[in-house]
Ligand binder design. Structure first.
Ligand SMILES: Cc1cc2nc3c(=O)[nH]c(=O)nc-3n(C[C@H](O)[C@H](O)[C@H](O)COP(=O)(O)O)c2cc1C
Length: 452
């Protein structure tokens, strides 16, 4: 098996063993992992052009994926929020389409064909209104019998704001200050408290209108790992949905988050960690490695390679040959305006494109080969035979670096079939994955208390 995470022999140097709470003195590993699945939009992570690929907006795709996930006792099904097509200089990007159907509408429909799996709606705090959003999430929680969750994002792009009456954009730090006030208002609504909020962005007098659900209120996920994002999660969230690092990185992230949670007056186990992950599985390591290369080449063809570089260069690169060297031109730096965002290309484009050019030249990589390495990265990828990957995950569980993984399938809707049919039974045999759902609410299935 080849993954970017460490192999078993490296573990001995990192921990004193699962029984010893190696990561943070107050953290207790549960020895268990849960799984979630993230339905992506159109981008290079999911292959949408094979005969067996589904349609990214068809009901059948969502239905098939969630039914398979529930058969595999997955804790959660995630939908993102893409309120506007990704764009650059007001032109939508052709191969990176963030537009997605509304998450809450879809999850409400999906709640009627499932019984146990959690339903997670990504919703931003920058443009939505808190009382309205809280009420809609609470409605989903009631309708689903206590299975709703909110994946809190602040939205890191510059253009979404132009969809909204208030327009504009918030600086990174302001987005989190705002997010914290937003979530507090939502919790007051859910708890039937009187809401009196006079903030920088709005003034509210409100009261909840609905009873509590069987799990009390929706579970809070938070996606974002900047220092402000981590502190926000440490104070507020039940689960943080993070990018995946290698095992030492995951251990360091756990330690950091546990420290922040304790500093915020919570317990070190109060914030669960669910990194995003990709799985490419086969009966043997060799077959999985071949499959990974095949998948990666499908994910990133010549067109996608150029489109990928255009995002970083900020300009039209269609004249460049995908089989030639990286573009020998400067990136275009767009000055921040009304919708200024945290888009890294504004600050770091020059530095990054220069280092990429140097790296590609040194290694003799073409645009296509380089883009395949960057986009089809092994980072966060579990590539291997079923048994080896199951053993490897069991080590993650024993160390307590993470509480679960949020899978981005490379194929929709059948990209988790082998995970459910081959990997899950092996994880169950190893005692690190639930044989059955613990209960009917998401809080029960994640082992979370009922708040408030
Ligand atoms: C795992 C993950 C999933 C995300 N999904 C969405 C999404 O669906 N819609 C969206 O607008 N932003 C999404 N974001 C981006 C967040 O809006 C933004 O990156 C984050 O809130 C900024 O956090 P940070 O600066 O603390 O890392 C996601 C971020 C992560 C890490």
């Amino acid at each position: 098996m080849t993954t970017t995470a460490l192999h078993s022999h490296d573990l001995s140097t990192l921990t004193t063993g699962p029984a010893e709470h190696p990561i943070h003195p107050a953290h207790r590993p549960t020895g268990q992992l849960r799984l979630g699945v993230f339905f992506q939009g159109v981008n290079s992570s999911t292959v949408w052009r094979l005969p067996q690929s589904g349609d990214q907006v068809a009901w059948e795709s969502f239905e098939t994926l969630i039914r398979t996930a529930e058969r595999g006792r997955f804790a959660a099904f995630f939908l993102g929020e893409g309120l506007r097509l990704r764009e650059h200089r007001e032109v939508p990007l052709e191969l990176d389409v963030a537009g997605r159907p509304d998450a809450q509408t879809l999850l409400a429909a999906l709640s009627t064909i499932t019984q146990r799996i959690g339903l997670v709606a990504t919703q931003n705090t920058t443009y939505n209104d808190p009382v309205d959003l809280a009420r809609r999430l609470q409605s989903l929680d009631l309708l689903s019998g206590g299975r709703a969750a909110w994946n809190i994002v602040t939205t890191d792009n510059a253009w979404t704001g132009e969809n909204f009456r208030r327009g504009g954009y918030l600086d990174h730090a302001d987005r989190y200050t705002h997010a914290e006030a937003f979530v507090k208002v939502a919790q007051q609504v859910w708890r039937g408290e009187e809401v009196v909020h006079d903030g920088a962005h709005y003034a509210i007098r409100a009261r909840g209108t609905l009873p509590r659900s069987p799990q009390g209120e929706p579970v809070l996920f938070q996606a974002g790992v900047s220092p402000q994002g981590r502190d926000f999660a440490a104070r507020t969230a039940d689960v943080i949905f993070s990018p995946f690092g290698d095992l030492p990185g995951a251990i360091e992230f756990r330690r950091d988050l546990a420290e922040r949670a304790v500093a915020a007056g919570r317990s070190a186990n109060d914030v669960q960690i669910f990194p995003g992950a990709v799985f490419v599985l086969a009966p043997t390591d060799r077959e999985a490695e071949e499959k990974f290369r095949w998948v990666r080449d499908l994910q990133v063809g010549p067109q996608q390679a150029i489109a990928l570089l255009e995002q970083y260069w900020g300009r039209d690169l269609s004249a460049f040959d995908p089989d030639g060297p990286l573009p020998d031109v400067e990136p275009e730096v767009v000055e921040s305006g009304v919708t200024r965002g945290a888009g890294f290309q504004f600050a770091k484009a020059k530095e990054l494109t220069e280092s990429w050019r140097a790296e590609a030249a040194e290694r003799g990589l073409s645009i296509l080969a380089f883009a395949r390495e960057k986009a089809g990265s092994r980072r966060g990828a579990f590539i291997g035979g079923y048994d080896g990957v199951a053993d490897h995950l069991a080590q993650f569980a024993a160390v307590g670096a993470i509480d679960g993984l949020n899978i981005t399938p490379w194929l929709v809707p059948h990209g988790i079939d082998d995970i459910v049919d081959e990997l899950v039974p092996r994880l169950q045999e190893r005692g690190v994955y639930p044989a059955e759902y613990a209960g009917s609410t998401l809080r029960e299935n994640l082992g979370l208390p009922i708040p408030g």
